[in-house]
Design a protein around this ligand. Structure first.
Ligand SMILES: [Zn+2]
Length: 297
């Protein structure tokens, strides 16, 4: 049960988003800056995304008539302009995902990286993105403040609810499109020693089956279902054919609304403006100082 369900367009029971983070080989360049340029195995694994998986994914979306959200690091936007062009041509949305997939918690001076990525989106994507997702979900207050300053409409890295909610700060706010690890393909499918992530790779049916169970619960509750997946993982043949089969079956038998995240933000803004919905609000910053310091002296 969801306490504050969103009324979705046309009475749809669940909003659905298959969001892709096209990280390509940014992951190895940020993890091993000293010699990544000569590590051909992880570079090639990453390149599978923009070159092989993205055309496959876009073809599926075109056949089913759906438009979805992609998050790309600014460096990937500059390095893979053909993929960017194809994504935008299909009517999809490209969101901000750092510059070289730097972890905001570990990369000092987020303003520099954030704004360098923004320049890439403005040059190659024709404008400022509506949304942001932090690399490895590691958003911090500095990034929240940058999002508010630059007028971002939504963010998608935090986990405080099952359905979209508002994040508000003293300077302004945005919609949060919540993620969680149960609908992320990194745990079932990523095996990547160079970045310290060694999961036993699951069979496509086992890894994806966990996602469909998440969908069933979201659908029953009248909620929000979002996958956070990667072209080089879930865009591979055996996995993608199962996603395609699920998509076909779901569109045929369920009352769902597949949409881009910016379209969901539009819908939520409209509901609020018309007084038809009151979202739950999380006020940031959560804390302004470490909570574990000793008291007294
Ligand atoms: Zn990523």
């Amino acid at each position: 049960m969801i306490q504050n369900p969103v009324p979705w367009p046309n009475g749809a029971r669940c909003a659905c988003v298959i969001s892709f983070d096209m990280d390509a080989d940014s992951l190895i360049h940020i993890a091993r800056p000293e010699d990544a340029h000569d590590r051909l195995y992880p570079i090639s694994m990453g390149r599978y995304g923009p070159t092989v998986a993205i055309p496959r994914i876009l073809d599926t979306y075109r056949r089913y008539g759906i438009q979805q959200s992609f998050f790309l690091p600014g460096w990937c936007v500059e390095t893979y302009p053909n993929a960017v062009e194809a994504i935008l041509e299909g009517g999809h949305e490209i969101g901000h995902h750092g510059y070289l997939h730097e972890d905001p918690i570990e990369a000092p001076d987020q303003r520099y990286w954030f704004e360098r990525a923004l320049a890439a989106y403005r040059k190659y994507c024709g404008g400022t993105p509506a949304g942001y997702r932090a690399p490895v979900y590691n958003i911090n207050q500095e990034v929240v403040d940058l999002l508010v300053e630059h007028g971002f409409r939504y963010e998608s890295s935090m986990m405080a609810d099952d359905i979209p909610y508002r994040v508000e700060t003293a300077a302004g706010g945005f919609w949060e499109m919540p993620v969680h690890w149960g609908t992320d393909d990194w745990p079932p499918f990523a095996h990547y020693a160079e970045i310290g992530y060694m999961m036993p790779v699951k069979a496509p049916s086992a890894g994806l089956g966990a996602f469909w169970e998440e969908f069933d619960a979201a659908y029953e509750a009248g909620g929000f279902f979002m996958l956070i997946i990667h072209p080089f993982l879930t865009g591979r043949l055996a996995r993608w054919r199962q996603v395609e089969a699920w998509l076909e079956e779901t569109l045929r038998t369920k009352d769902v609304w597949f949409a881009r995240l910016d379209q969901i933000a539009d819908h939520l803004d409209g509901l609020v403006a018309r007084g038809e919905y009151t979202p739950r609000v999380e006020h940031l910053p959560y804390y302004t100082e470490p909570q574990g310091t000793r008291q007294g002296s």
